[in-house]
Design a binder for this molecule. Structure first.
Ligand SMILES: NC(=O)c1ccc[n+]([C@@H]2O[C@H](COP(=O)([O-])OP(=O)(O)OC[C@H]3O[C@@H](n4cnc5c(N)ncnc54)[C@H](O)[C@@H]3O)[C@@H](O)[C@H]2O)c1
Length: 447
């Protein structure tokens, strides 16, 4: 088979996205409310969905000279923004308008025009435990005491009620809840039977996010994890997703500093420039920052952030360039910053003859502004994946995650540009289009 014409026909045509799509977010804080608000504003023509690949992106088909570059949402059958219905759970009873005002990401003048729609998005009661999220005082909106299985069943009733009240045809879920404390997988997570027994016996190693994931997958709802905690990346959930024929993806939205890291590091590696230090520190003052001030929640984040450089730079292949790299990541809770995070990177690099150079990046970003379009794209692509008959881990969505979920033993791909071409090729493959290899020799061959 020639490399440049990798014609792949998708086994089945993807059914169209007819009817309404319900998007459920466990967690209705800064990210989730900024996501709802942006979609509502775009629907009313108040704003454009900048940052969203599904809404703004084009995809090249065929040769560069063919001039076929449709918009992604015209190429693959995605739900339209006007077909989305929002719902969610939160440990606070604030409706989405009040929660958005408290989060302080968007100005009141942006929220006013969509206030009525936001006020109508009222959270369902959360499955919550302060054991897993410590720095969240005043929580007042949680389900009654019971076993994990009681809670999973209560969530399934919520899902059913939402489905019939909003008359949605399909559902997807994106975890936008707080980061839970770090934990390693335990025996209870290792297979579905043991996990279900653990739900009934209230096993202390099962976290609230895992109870949500179980309930959602059981109900056939695709689940993407926007936080760094262990949720669907355990064998029990991977089995359940395959058994139910449902897509799963994760984890930890790739925004801010890690986005920068996965843009810069592949470039340095491509040019064989050495790195002996990468010091990253952040200050942020939103509720997420407050939760991450707890060392156990920070540990989940740290693990998710640290893996990135090692996978991109492959120090085992390049010991002289990256074998002695000091990588440090800090997050500091600093309330005056609010949602306007500041991320500093100090990078010590070296080149020809070992001469040293430095790169400094000061990214004054808005965390939730970067995360909201990711929630939208994940919701639409996970729904697409389900209609395309895909189930289990959706590695092609690595593009959106700091710590991509892959099959056991398989290294994740962190390079943003490789992730982008993987995503594009998966869309081409789904639609039976030729894959693009960028070989380029076809332009120089005799006709
Ligand atoms: N903003 C970003 O750029 C970004 C990037 C990567 C990951 N994340 C992750 O996304 C998540 C959301 O971020 P955010 O800024 O919206 O945080 P946030 O604190 O504003 O919102 C999280 C919400 O989740 C709720 N919550 C906590 N536990 C819950 C539970 N068990 N059930 C239901 N609700 C629960 C909290 O009450 C809160 O309202 C965090 O885990 C964060 O680490 C955010």
């Amino acid at each position: 088979m020639g490399y440049r014409h990798l014609a792949m026909t998708s086994p089945n045509p993807v059914p169209p996205a007819t009817g309404k799509l319900g998007v459920l977010t466990p967690g209705m804080g800064a990210v989730a409310t900024t996501f709802y608000a942006g979609v509502l504003a775009a629907r009313k023509g108040y704003a454009q969905p900048f940052g969203s690949l599904t809404q703004m992106g084009h995809i090249r088909l065929g040769k560069r000279t063919d001039d076929r570059n449709p918009r992604i949402n015209e190429f693959v059958p995605l739900a339209g923004l006007e077909d989305l219905e929002f719902g969610g759970w939160d440990a606070f009873s604030d409706d989405a308008y009040t929660a958005a005002m408290k989060a302080g990401v968007l100005d009141a003048r942006h929220l006013e025009g969509i206030g009525e729609e936001l006020r109508a998005i009222v959270p369902m009661k959360a499955v919550f435990s302060p054991k897993w999220v410590k720095n969240l005082p005043g929580v007042d909106h949680v389900k009654d005491e019971g076993t994990h299985m009681d809670h999973a069943e209560a969530l399934m009733e919520d899902i059913d009620r939402f489905r019939s009240e909003k008359q949605v045809d399909r559902l997807v879920a994106v975890w936008c809840g707080s980061t839970e404390a770090y934990e390693d997988p335990a025996p209870v997570h290792m297979d579905l039977d043991t996990f279900e027994a653990g739900l009934k016996d209230n096993d202390p190693r099962i976290t609230p996010s895992q109870v949500y994931a179980y309930a959602l997958l059981k109900m056939g709802v695709p689940f993407a994890n926007g936080a760094p905690n262990l949720t669907v990346d355990i064998p029990a959930m991977e089995h359940l997703a395959i058994q139910q024929g449902v897509p799963i993806a994760g984890k930890d939205f790739k925004t801010g500093q890690t986005l920068m890291k996965t843009i810069v590091a592949p470039g340095l590696r491509a040019r064989m420039l050495g790195i002996n230090g990468w010091f990253s520190t952040n200050i942020l003052g939103n509720r997420d920052g407050e939760v991450l001030d707890d060392p156990e929640s920070f540990r989940s984040k740290e693990v998710s952030k640290l893996g990135v450089l090692e996978t991109i730079l492959q120090p085992d292949l390049h010991p002289d360039l990256y074998g002695d790299l000091h990588h440090v990541v800090r997050i500091n809770y600093y309330p005056p910053k609010g949602d306007d995070k500041e991320g500093w990177d100090h990078i010590d690099i070296f080149g020809w003859l070992g001469y040293k150079m430095q790169i400094k990046i000061d990214f004054l970003c808005k965390d939730s502004i970067l995360a909201a379009p990711i929630v939208l794209d994940l919701a639409l692509f996970m729904d697409l994946a389900a209609r395309a008959g895909k189930s289990g881990i959706q590695e092609w969505l690595s593009f959106y995650f700091k710590s991509p979920h892959t099959a056991a033993g398989l290294n994740p791909e962190h390079d943003l540009f490789v992730q982008a071409s993987k995503l594009h090729n998966n869309l081409r493959h789904m639609m039976g289009e030729e894959l693009i290899t960028h070989l380029g020799t076809e332009y120089y061959e005799e006709p």
